[in-house]
Design a protein around this ligand. Structure first.
Ligand SMILES: Nc1c(NC[C@H](O)[C@H](O)[C@H](O)CO)[nH]c(=O)[nH]c1=O
Ligand SMILES: CC(=O)[C@@H](O)COP(=O)(O)O
Length: 134
């Protein structure tokens, strides 16, 4: 099995730890992976679409941290990314798991949620297996 990981570089101090957790868990499960970095969470859907077109990619996880700023801008980023991520998964009929924390979180809350990337990897692998067993 091969999983794509699309990683936002925005708040990279956090997302770097998230991707390390996901990679460690993929290694533990014996799952291969391909990493694609994008500038921020808003840019994740295009990265996902490119990876979904690769035949040997079975599923994708999106990794990001959408931390609260002074305005509601962070909500626009997350709501659009989440909607597009769901749409792409349905369009390409491959699992795309959400490993993006926020919106509305503080940096401290984001740090406490880095395992969301590992959980996304776990969900994605489970989905690939379930769909392959149909
Ligand atoms: N504020 C956060 C962003 N903002 C950047 C956008 O995601 C995007 O890169 C920009 O609008 C250009 O398209 N990204 C995050 O991942 N997290 C944030 O908290
Ligand atoms: C810089 C950003 O993309 C985001 O954190 C927005 O911050 P703000 O709401 O303070 O403009």
């Amino acid at each position: 099995m091969k999983i794509g990981m699309v990683v936002a570089e925005f708040n990279y101090d956090i997302t770097m730890m998230m991707v390390e957790r996901a990679k460690d868990y993929a290694d533990f499960l014996g799952v291969e992976y391909k990493i694609l970095k994008v500038p921020g969470t808003f840019d994740i859907p295009l990265g996902i679409k490119k990876l979904l077109k690769i035949d040997d990619i079975d599923g994708i996880i999106a990794i990001g941290a959408v931390i609260k700023g002074e305005t509601d801008h962070h909500r626009i980023i997350m709501e659009n990314a989440a909607r597009k991520i769901t749409d792409l998964s349905l369009e390409y009929e491959k699992p795309v798991a959400l490993g993006i924390s926020g919106p509305g979180e503080s940096r401290l809350q984001a740090e406490a949620r880095i395992d969301m990337a590992k959980e996304a990897l776990e969900s994605c692998v489970k989905m690939v297996k379930s769909l392959n067993n149909l």
